[in-house]
Design a protein around this ligand. Structure first.
Ligand code: CLF
Ligand code: SF4
Length: 441
């Protein structure tokens, strides 16, 4: 058996492995895409959940939740239309200079909703020609849309290909809907695989960087994924992302309800190792949701110590995408998380985190478990900004070490963060000066 080349084995990524194959422009694109390059962790991606429908059924998917080909099951994204998506993008982009990628990854399949997907991509492209466009698809309808995607400037494409053998495919896909017909069993799997591979080949020939996702399902496709890797590489794919099946009966999927287990860490590692002979492997995927926004990295989630160079300072802002701090803490369903960047001395947008509302009104204000989940969501932040906050949550936050701050109520979020950054910078310098003095004595 061939031993893996050092180049193919490394997942460091995706940047170094892929770089020398491409022209300068493509290299720059990879270097600023947090999924394609592990080194691009300081850049953020934004998913726009504009695609609710799907044209196939996977046995690891429950349609109540996001597309499990690219998402963690068990979470649900709100659907947006293209106008709302553009508005959301415009607001976030102003506050997040590190947002380099806009993707459509569900909650169904991007290409089973072609009109909304294309309109959204076109609007984003017009609003910002520099942002990179990315979509994720099961590949069934890809071949017929490659030309349109290329014309829209989509340069990153993910196709989920779990097998290239219909005997395996019929254990994963009970049906597909193609050319206005519902196909089942082996015929469905054969058609899906054929369309996926054709779509992949055409997209790669059209110049797109194609990543293939494969869900590792023990005893169904584990022994077969190396063949998938070899095949998709030969057709032009650049990166392989082998994702563990997440199978929980509470998610209500066919696999979850029928006892199909997910892989252990060792099994996942073993399959990735085998496939690295053929292609660079992605290992930093977060299986994120269809409305995820922010950086992929959470490696720096350490408590703040202003005297330490590696400290992380995060501010949570109660916001549903407004430009100003208008929300009452108890009414928010979403926090925007900003992280202080030592180099630029400003806050960079990290991600959005959804929460259940703390308060639904006088009669039902705050179920205990709901409240606990809300506080946990922002427990790694040092400050939370909102327009108002009640005394009970105020004290709870203080106990957690999160400082509630309503001083910037009804002010723009961006100027409020600038003011806090200046203050934090002054305090950090002061602390460092004290440390130096202490060590000199
Ligand atoms: Fe989104 Fe996917 Fe584009 Fe990335 S996610 S459409 S390639 S911008 Fe990234 Fe998220 Fe993993 Fe996907 S971490 S689930 S690989
Ligand atoms: Fe679910 Fe995605 Fe499969 Fe469609 S492609 S059935 S949304 S996992």
């Amino acid at each position: 058996m061939d031993s893996p080349s050092p180049e193919a084995k490394s997942d460091e990524g995706t940047k170094d492995n892929l770089h020398h194959f491409f022209n300068k422009q493509t290299q720059d694109n990879i270097a600023k895409h947090p999924c394609y390059s592990k080194q691009a962790h300081q850049y953020a991606r934004m998913h726009l959940p504009v695609a609710p429908a799907c044209n196939i059924q996977c046995n690891y998917c429950n349609r109540k939740y996001d597309c499990s080909n690219e998402s963690r099951p068990g979470v649900v994204s709100h659907i947006m239309d293209s106008a709302a998506a553009l508005k959301q993008f415009s607001i976030i982009k102003k506050r997040a200079p590190n947002l380099t990628v806009v993707g459509i990854a569900g909650p169904g399949d991007a290409l089973a909703n072609p009109q909304t997907t294309f309109k959204t991509l076109l609007d984003i492209r017009k609003a910002n020609p520099n942002v990179q466009l990315c979509i994720s698809t099961n590949g069934l309808a890809l071949a017929e849309h490659v030309t349109t995607l290329a014309a829209l400037g989509v340069n990153h494409l993910t196709i989920t290909i779990n097998c290239i053998d219909a005997d395996i495919g019929e254990k994963i896909y009970p049906w597909i809907f193609y050319n206005r017909k519902r196909l089942k069993g082996r015929i469905a799997a054969t058609m899906l695989i054929e369309r996926q591979l054709l779509g992949l080949e055409l997209a790669a020939k059209a110049g797109m960087l194609v990543k293939v996702n494969t869900v590792l399902i023990p005893s169904i496709n584990d022994h077969h994924i190396a063949q998938v890797s070899e095949k998709v590489k030969s057709l032009g794919a650049t990166l392989h992302n082998i994702m563990p099946l997440i199978s929980d009966p509470s998610h209500g999927t066919y696999f979850g309800l029928n006892g199909q287990r997910g892989p252990t860490d060792e099994e996942l590692e073993h399959v990735r190792e085998k496939c690295s002979v053929h292609m660079p492997q992605m290992t930093h995927c977060k299986q994120c949701r269809a409305d995820a926004i922010g950086m992929l990295s959470d490696e720096n989630a350490a408590p703040c110590d202003p005297s330490s160079q590696s400290s992380v300072y995060r501010v949570a802002v109660a916001s549903h995408g407004e430009t100003h701090i208008r929300l009452h803490f108890g009414h928010t369903e979403r926090f925007e998380i900003y992280q202080y960047d030592q180099q630029s001395q400003q806050f960079l947008f990290e991600e959005s985190r959804n929460v259940a509302q703390y308060c639904h009104g006088q009669l039902s204000c705050g179920e205990e478990t709901q409240k606990g989940a809300l506080f946990n969501t922002i427990a790694d932040c040092q400050m939370v900004l909102s327009a108002r906050i009640g005394i009970t949550p105020w004290r709870e936050l203080e106990k957690l070490g999160v400082a509630p701050n309503v001083d910037f109520a009804f002010q723009p979020i961006s100027s409020s963060l600038e003011a806090i950054a200046k203050q934090y910078c002054r305090e950090t310098e002061h602390t460092e000066a004290k440390h130096e003095l202490f060590h000199q004595q």
